[in-house]
Design a protein around this ligand. Structure first.
Ligand SMILES: Nc1ncnc2c1ncn2[C@@H]1O[C@H](COP(=O)(O)OP(=O)(O)OP(=O)(O)O)[C@@H](O)[C@H]1O
Ligand SMILES: [Mg+2]
Length: 500
């Protein structure tokens, strides 16, 4: 099916998020959309899927004008969308989730679960999804949950599939599987709109590339273009994809973790026998395939995890058993893995989110009263430095684009004097220009003598920033290697293979 957008325009107040956008996606084409954080990509897709109403413009499917006012209109027109935050109910099975709200499954008012199960099985076999209709969603890895969402769209007969940053939450292996699935879908005639910040992925699967900057389509590119070319088209300037990491003197131990073990709520051991040091002026990266205990280890650094045994020392102070607030006050900057869950308060303004955890001290407050002027000035300064795109610092944080929310967390955490920076997936969802800035910033912090503990599933990021790399596998540290390790060696370690 072909999809054509003509003159799509959408403003939020004074901000024109989509400025007369024209875009055509052919039958069976994978059309990548590249653009900076806040360029207007998600807004455009939400319009096509009926979640937002455009101020002007037309949507044609197979050259026929469509009136799309809500998602059910989009689905009826053959347009499906997979969201980044999945809309699945964890305690239901795959089939039960897919049946939810499914019109076609209603026969005489009775939901036909068997038919849905058969459909899931058929689609799963056809495209190699390996999804079992009777599995509970809560037991499925993120990559499989995403495939459930894709199956849901396909069962609704979606022939245009919108994927908005589908790979941001995937491991490299899951990403490769998704790219293969996309290719198969396209080969059978499904048109795919693919939004990603990862240029490598675009080069692998895209048939066509459109570039959006500040709400306008500014050009198209061929997948044969180099990553550097694509990056500069997006950002409008040259971008350094691999930052310089100068040799640097290393100081005393700032963070010392000894014999750490972490259990989950069910008493299962998630992390064990973990010991390492991070010194001043050093970046220690924790690499590993997602789900090997890194998330729990990161949380333990500010002690959100209750079930911790062993010792974590900041300087000479034991921090196991202290409150989150104490940990932060003691000089830890913490960039959480999930900005939506742990990093931001969605009902607060941009300015308020920039001073979370610090709102009760000078210079922001005197007694219990916030000083709004100081809060605002600080917010203006932080957002400018981190190039956060917004209209007013008083706007709710929820009005920001995904990448700009992430920049708010980074601006807050990387702008205060600390001894230790713990950063989980710091550049998730950021555009290439912003990644460049954040990488430079992390290295600058290191050069100023801060200890940095970096958690990242991006091998490129690990190799670009780390002085040493610790690889986690099944809750333990398998090896700590210098940053001269090759991507191949690192990949093997992440898969649990240790050479004698
Ligand atoms: N509900 C809203 N209210 C006000 N402004 C909004 C709203 N939704 C989006 N915007 C603004 O519209 C612009 C485009 O946002 P959009 O989410 O489309 O960007 P994006 O290209 O998807 O960026 P990212 O790569 O960070 O996800 C941003 O400046 C954003 O702040
Ligand atoms: Mg977006």
């Amino acid at each position: 099916m072909s999809l054509e957008l003509r003159g799509i325009t959408k403003s939020f107040g004074a901000l024109v998020a989509n400025d007369s956008i024209d875009l055509r996606v052919e039958n069976g084409e994978i059309h990548a959309i590249l653009g900076e954080n806040g360029a207007g990509k998600s807004t455009l897709m939400n319009i096509v899927y009926g979640l937002l109403k455009a101020d002007a413009g037309e949507i044609y499917v197979n050259e026929t004008l469509q009136e799309i006012n809500e998602p059910s209109d989009a689905l009826a027109a053959g347009i499906g969308m997979v969201h980044q935050h999945f809309m699945l109910v964890p305690v239901f099975t795959v089939a039960e989730n897919i049946i939810l709200g499914h019109e076609k499954s209603k026969r005489n008012g009775i939901l036909d679960l068997d038919q849905i199960r058969a459909d899931i099985k058929r689609i799963s076999d056809e495209f190699g999804f390996e999804v079992n209709p009777d599995d509970l969603v809560e037991n499925l890895p993120v990559g499989v949950q995403q495939r459930v969402e894709i199956i849901r769209a396909l069962i609704y007969d979606a022939q245009v599939l919108i994927l908005d940053e589908p790979t941001a939450v995937l491991t490299p292996q899951e990403t490769d599987e998704l790219l293969k699935i996309m290719q198969k879908l396209a080969d059978k005639g499904t048109s795919i709109i693919f939004i990603t910040h990862k240029l490598r992925e675009v080069k692998i699967v895209a048939d066509k590339i459109s570039i959006i900057r500040r709400g306008k389509v500014v050009g198209t590119a061929e997948p044969s273009a180099s990553q550097e070319e694509l990056a500069s088209l997006m950002v409008g300037r040259h971008v350094v994809l691999n930052p310089d990491k100068a040799a640097h003197p290393i100081g005393e131990v700032v963070l010392s973790v000894k014999d750490l073990a972490i259990k989950d709520h069910f008493g299962r051991t998630i992390v064990k026998n973990v010991s390492f040091d991070v010194k001043a002026g050093e970046v220690l990266a924790i690499a590993g395939v997602q789900g090997n205990g890194q998330s729990e280890l990161a949380q333990a650094m500010i002690n959100l995890e209750e079930f911790v045994e062993g010792s974590i020392k900041l300087g000479t102070d034991e921090i196991v058993g202290k409150s989150v607030k104490r940990a932060l006050d003691d000089g830890i900057a913490f960039v959480p893995e999930s900005r939506e869950l742990d990093g931001l308060i969605s009902t607060f303004s941009i300015a308020e989110n920039l001073i979370l955890d610090r709102h009760d001290g000078a210079p922001y407050a005197k007694g219990i009263n916030l000083n709004p002027k100081v809060v605002k000035e600080q917010a203006q300064e932080d957002t400018k430095l981190f190039d956060v795109r917004f209209q007013s610092v008083d706007d709710p944080i929820s009005s920001l684009s995904g990448g700009n929310k992430q920049k708010v967390v980074l601006a807050r955490e990387l702008s205060r004097p600390v001894r230790l920076i713990v950063a989980s997936q710091p550049t998730r969802g950021l555009d290439v220009g912003s990644i460049e800035f954040v990488h430079e910033r992390i290295l600058a912090e290191r050069d100023m003598g801060r200890a940095v503990l970096l958690f990242s599933t991006e091998l490129d990021e690990v190799l670009a920033l780390a002085d040493r790399v610790a690889v986690m596998y099944r809750g333990e540290i398998l090896a700590i290697v210098p940053s001269t390790v090759t991507p191949q060696e690192l990949g093997l370690l992440m898969a649990g293979v240790v050479h004698a």
